[in-house]
Design a protein. Structure first.
Lengths: 261, 454
């Protein structure tokens, strides 16, 4: 990392959000700089998925306070597609099945919308297919997945791999992976990690949400944060993940429960 | 209802005027068929919503206006562009009708299997008697005595499509029958008739297209197109009818399709209704002999205050017949889409397999879908199923697509297309499917690049 401070890719300040009428995020702060991989861990219900949804504009996550700057602009003011075009990507915890819409149709329209936003020429069907097949090869995905309906009838593992394929094609600057490891066997996990690592670089940041340390053996984070009760209660380096694996979360949640000034 | 007689009399006056004009030109048997039909129309009058078959469709707009017969077209046909209505079919037989009348300069038949008769009905009717040629099909499947608008169509019978295929004949390219209304500043009516007679083992695809050709500054005026198609399928014959309706948002369209299937014959229909002030299409299929099969599918895409009502009646009269129905509605604005599907399984029709589905996608909170399955089963060894759904675009799918960079409109169009594709895919001919997808895209006013391509 260079000595001069890079402008933060993502700066979350005191973010508060509710879901289903319940307060979930209660003042979350997080800064991700380009080139960094941040992992967020935490128990069920701590707000991990609500954070992912709030950052991508899902209507179920209602932001009630705080702000989020993405490359200096107000991320929360943007429609979901505008966030995508600015380079924000979410690998869904539960990828949606869309019968009748092929992956290649969706991805080509998405990619071309993003390219148009960047002032780049659209890819025609052949150019797109060539690109998408290269990316599929990288994560050992059969090419015919591209001509199948989006996630329709896919196994859990296929869906997660498809999320990574989409990420590789769309080349986001901020990628949020919401429990991309869940439901994967160790071989699939390695392949997914390979896809993520292929995209790592100085211009990109990652927010990796996971329950388990094992993903972080393969996608080695620069920072690990613990989310509990809607706040980041502890941050550390990659070794923190190992400690959490050993000790669980209880020892970290206690300070949050203590009275505050 | 005293004013009912008056309304029907408006049609009677037109009928009588035309009889005088054409005196001596039409064969006597045909004049009698028309007169009989006019009497049948006057006897029945207009249906009302108290009539079980018409509870979803109020034909009051048809009673309020006079619909004189559309004038013979005087426009230079050369200025018309029938290829706009050709669904991308650049070869094969094409018959074009303007205001219900055959237009030879825009039509072609090309090479056809030996013994095939294909041409304008008006001409075929004058060549033959009551018991041969089209006369032998006319009125046998669509009875004037039992349906007021079939009666009206028959009373004003002038022209349309005549197709006879001898046994074993196969026409490879789709046969296009394009009916264009050309308004002249006041509402008028056209009553096209299509008569199809397929011998044993014959095969054909017929594209039945209804459109509006506006000339100069004249726009939609709320005219009436009232069609009847009768198809007789011999043993083992296969007929696919792709029916596309779109005259305009102010226009009225009534359609009646009837098919009778002999042993092992197969009838496929893909009916695409793209809306109008009032649209109704009835399909009556008689699975008369063992092993006959029909596949009826329909797609209606409506907006504004448009109204479309689809009725199907499938009669299983013999053993081992199958019927499959899939109707789908995409309803925007304050539009209303209705579907009534009746399946009758007669006592002898053992080993019947009948399935029916009607699915509706509401794109606006003001749109309305009505659905009514009616099963009448008198045999015991049957497999019948039916299902109906009314839903909206899947919010999670919309969000997912938007996170991939598609804007909300493009994402919605992609989902609507995915919904509609299941019907379009049932057309066998690839060019026809592509044409239908493009038409639907235009109807749904898709943004360029949004879902119109695959």
């Amino acid at each position: 990392m260079s000595a001069a401070p890079a402008p933060p890719l993502l700066a979350i300040e005191n973010l508060q959000a509710s879901a289903g009428g319940k307060e979930i995020l209660k003042g979350l702060d997080l800064v991700i700089r380009a080139g960094e991989v941040h992992a967020i861990m935490g128990p069920n219900g701590s707000g991990k998925s609500t954070l992912a949804r709030a950052l991508t504009g899902h209507p179920s996550a209602v932001v009630t306070g705080g702000r989020v700057r993405y490359e200096g602009q107000d991320l929360l003011a943007l429609e979901p597609e505008a966030r995508a075009r600015e380079g924000v990507f979410l690998a869904f915890q539960y990828p949606v099945e869309i019968p009748g819409v092929t992956s290649s149709t969706m991805l080509r329209e998405g990619l071309n919308a993003i390219r148009a936003h960047r002032g780049e020429p659209e890819l025609d069907a052949f150019q797109f297919l060539k690109l998408a097949r290269q990316k599929a090869d990288l994560i050992e995905m059969a090419h015919d997945m591209l001509s199948r309906a989006v996630n329709d009838g896919f196994s859990g593992g296929e869906k997660k791999r498809n999320e990574v394929l989409q990420m590789l094609v769309l080349e986001p600057r901020l990628a949020i992976l919401d429990e991309t490891d869940s439901g994967l066997d160790i071989d699939a996990l390695k392949i997914v990690a390979k896809g993520v690592n292929a995209l790592r670089g100085p211009g990109r940041g990652f927010l990796v949400i996971t329950h388990y340390q094992r993903l972080l053996d393969h996608i080695v984070p620069d920072f690990v944060h613990v989310l509990a009760d809607g706040r980041i209660v502890h941050s550390g380096g990659k070794e923190l993940a190992l400690e959490l694996e050993r000790r669980g979360y209880a020892w970290l949640e206690e300070p949050a429960a203590a009275p505050r000034s | 209802m005293p004013n009912l007689v008056t309304e029907a009399n408006a049609f009677l006056a037109d009928f009588e005027r035309r009889e005088q004009e054409e005196a001596g030109r039409a064969p006597g048997w045909l004049l009698e068929v028309r007169r009989e039909a006019m009497r049948a129309f006057l006897d029945q009058g207009f249906p009302t919503r108290r009539d079980e078959e018409w509870i979803y469709t109020d034909v009051t707009p048809l009673r309020r206006h006079r619909f004189p017969l559309a004038p013979r077209t005087s426009t230079r046909p050369a200025t018309l562009a029938p290829q706009r209505f050709a669904l991308g079919l650049d070869r094969g037989p094409r018959l074009v009708f303007l205001n219900g009348r055959f237009e030879p300069t825009l039509s072609r038949t090309g090479a056809l299997p030996e013994g095939t008769e294909l041409g304008p009905l008006a001409e075929a009717l004058t060549r033959t008697g009551a018991a041969d040629g089209p006369g032998a099909v006319l009125g046998t499947l669509a009875a004037a005595a039992r349906h007021p608008f079939v009666a009206l169509n028959t009373a004003f019978l002038a022209d349309g499509l005549w197709l006879r295929l001898p046994p074993g004949a196969c026409v490879d390219d789709p046969i296009q029958a394009i009916f264009l209304a050309e308004p002249r500043g006041e509402p008028s009516a056209a009553h096209p008739r299509l008569l199809l007679d397929l011998g044993a083992g014959a095969r054909a695809v017929v594209v039945e297209r209804y459109g509006l050709e506006c000339v100069g500054a004249l726009g939609e005026v709320g005219g009436l197109t009232n069609t009847v198609l009768e198809a007789r399928l011999g043993a083992g014959a296969a007929l696919e009818v792709v029916r596309v309706q779109r005259e305009g948002g102010a226009e009225h369209h009534l359609g009646f399709t009837a098919a009778r299937l002999a042993r092992d014959a197969r009838f496929t229909q893909v009916a695409v209704t793209l809306g109008g002030a009032l649209c109704r299409h009835e399909t009556h299929v008689d699975l008369a002999e063992p092993g006959a099969a029909c596949d009826l599918s329909g797609l209606y895409a409506l907006a504004g205050r448009e109204h479309a009502d689809h009725h199907t009646v499938v009669r299983h009269a013999a053993p081992r017949c199958t019927s499959r129905q899939l109707y789908k509605g995409v309803l925007a604005g304050r539009s209303i889409g209705a579907f009534t599907g009746r399946v009758i399984v007669e006592a002898d029709a053992q080993q019947t397999a009948a399935e029916q589905a009607n699915h509706n996608l509401l794109l606006s909170p003001e749109a309305l879908a009505e659905t009514r399955p009616q099963l009448e089963i008198h045999a015991d060894d049957v497999k019948c199923s039916h299902g109906a759904t009314i839903g909206q675009l899947d919010d999670e799918a919309l969000f997912y697509l938007r996170t991939r960079g598609l804007d909300a409109a493009a994402a919605g169009h992609l989902l609507v297309h995915a919904f509609a594709d299941e019907v379009i895919e049932r057309a066998a001919e690839e060019r026809v499917r592509a044409g239908l997808a493009a038409l639907l895209a235009a109807r749904l006013d898709l943004a360029p690049g949004a879902g119109g391509r695959r």
